[in-house]
Design a protein around this ligand. Sequence first.
Ligand code: GLY
Length: 574
Amino acid sequence: MSVSLHGRVLLLSLLLVGGVAFAADGSPKLAPTHPSLQLQQRPGHAAIASANYLATNAGLEVLARGGNAFDAAVAVASTLSVVEPESSGIGGGFMAVLHRAKDGHDVFIDARETAPAAVNSKDYLNPDGSPNRETALKGPLSAGIPGEPAGLVLLATRYGRLPLQQSLAPAIRLARDGFKPDARLRGTIADVQQDLQRWPASAAKYLPGGKPPAEGAIWRDPDQARTWELIAAHGNDGFYRGETAQKLVNAVRASGGNWTLADLDGYQAKERTPIVVNYRGYRIVTAPPPSSGGVAIAEILNILSGFDLSKMDQAHRVHTIVEAMRRAFRDHNDYLGDPDFVKMPLDMLLSPYYADGLRQGILPDQATPSSMLPRAEAAEPGMHTTHFSIIDADGNMASITSTVNYILGSTFVAEGTGVLLNDEMDDFALVPDKPNVYGLLGSSANAPQPGKRMLSSMSPSIVIGADRTAVIGSPGGSTIITQVLEGILHFIDGESALQIAAHKRFHHQYMPDEVMVEDGTFDPTTSDALTKMGYMLKQRESWGFMNVVTWDRKTNQLDAASDPRRPSGLGKVQ
Ligand code: GLY
């Protein structure tokens, strides 16, 4: 925030939240006599945390060339498409929360995939009416129309400073010249080798010489380099129209999919108003539908705001948080979908009165069985989806979660494009009240329809306090929401970026009615106490991978941390 904007902010009406003044635009309000006037208004340096050091370095390179956080975000996302394709990429989609420093503008960028016009629910059902995991998760029928390219074009053209040629240059260079895939990518390719062998272009790309890339071998993706070059030269026309669009449609249809040129031509990334919730003096800016994440995080924080967690022992603190999670996930299942298609009672879900009612039903020493709440099973999270966080020298912030859905998406590469397609159709409620791959249930609000966006758990968030700010997010399927929530709580408790990223985690999603726990989260006393309260604790292997940047405006120190659970990640201050 510049000094001149600060002057303008003084004129705005104030809202007192938890003793901290906020301007009408939600920025923490700095009164002229307030000691925080001495706080820094711009960091003067920048920080990026992402799941791969090549992507973090690509973003830092673009910042050094004069780009801002949003240009750096284009560089990080496009580079992740090349070096971490198991998690996100050009054939997937993303959700972003941006904060523009010069005017305090907060915005949500929805680059979520859409169902093609010819979507047919029956394609995803077995003859007995149960969900068909095969068509929902593998091959071209499982893929929604990608949003990633349009989202990055929007980011660059509306919020960036540099031409796409410059912000996409690192990704193009790495795809063309090659890089050494890390152990995780090589392992992931080996895990899905049989699926990749089914599609010639997938096998050609990921199984050079018929095998996953060897350790230390240089791996190139010239087709993807060319597709990014077309986007750099022509923007959306380089992907959604012309040569690339034709190749995508030809490849999808030749292998049993139903995309048309009109589906691609009609795709639009959208700007939406983010969800804002105030909690313990912090302003949390997070993802609205078609993500369920922000609504759930807001609902949970509203419930928790009636408790003093700091006065509780660990078992009661966890009990209270889990009961709030349980109630928010019940509502997630019942109400949420694409806002362009369904009417959702957001005013009710986000209201403090609604949270008051839910809070009354939480017993002090006893778990509420989910089956006793009016109404609504799970895969290991963590091998898919990615999150990165950026703050630049001016205080612009980008919190971006990007995905191809499950491990290496649909495993289908469209011949001649280098585009690995997502398998996001599984995020629709293909059969009401039957779990998707993350065990999430859904209602007709999230049923597939032509052009509709499938509900997401992606929860990119920015937490703004009077003197400390965090840009935060995580992959993890349905556990994204609770991991980000716990990260927000740890930040507000004063933890550093690394402490937040490394913190042990737990999760509850209404159904299955169990608390999923990372090894070492609870000491034996807490585990025993929770079991006595009626909780079923279930250990889960795969968590993370959170990438966090924090800014302490008293000391003007930036801090960046990549989840230590993933050795290829890098958080770096420049
Ligand atoms: N595909 C995972 C999500 O969007 O939640």
